[in-house]
Design a protein. Sequence first.
Length: 200
Amino acid sequence: MSFLNHVQKPTKRLLKVALWGTLVAGLLSGSTVYAQPKPLVAAEKVELDKYLGVWYEVARKPMYFERKCIYDITATYTLNENGNIVVDNKCYDAEGNLQQSVGEAFIANAPFNSKLRVSFLPEGLRWIPVGRGDYWILKLDDDYQTVLVGEPRRKYLWILSRTPQLAKEQIHDYLNYAKSQGYNVSDVIYPEHRPEPQQK
C-alpha cells in the first residue's frame, strides 16, 4: 500500500463525515427556521381619538410588572401637548392599596397608529429612545369596545374592554385569535373587577 492510498482512506472517511454533518446541520437549521412563528400582525389602522379613554383589563398573560395587581386593573389613555399618549395604569394589590404607573406612548407606525412604544422612565427622560416597550394593537372591534394588545416576542398579552365584564365567548374569540398569531394562552390570568360600593 502506497503512502498516498494510506492517506486517502481516512481523508475520504473524514469527507463523508463532514458532508453528513453539513447535511444534518442544514436540516436542523431549516427546521428551526420553519418552527419560528410568523411575524406578528398588527391591526391595519387605529383611530387614536376613538382609542383614547379608559380600558379595563379582563385577561392577560403573567408578567413581572403586574405581579402586585390583583383587582380593578385599568389603563387610561389621553393625549398630551406633544401629541403623544399618556398611559395611566392603575390597580389594587392584595391589601387593597392602589398601585399606579404613569408613562408615555410614542406612535411607531403613523399614520396607521397600531404600533406604539411605551416608556415608563421619569417624565424628563422619556424623550430618550431607550427602555421603551412594544405595545401593538392586534385586534380591535369596529366600535372600539374590545382590544387585543401584544408585542412581537409574544411574551405579553392583554385583552382590554370598555366595561369591567366581558362575555366569555368574546374573550375566547380574542384568545383564539392570539393563538392564531403564535401565542401560548394556556397561562392567561383573568383579573377580578369588584363592584363599586353603593352610596348610602
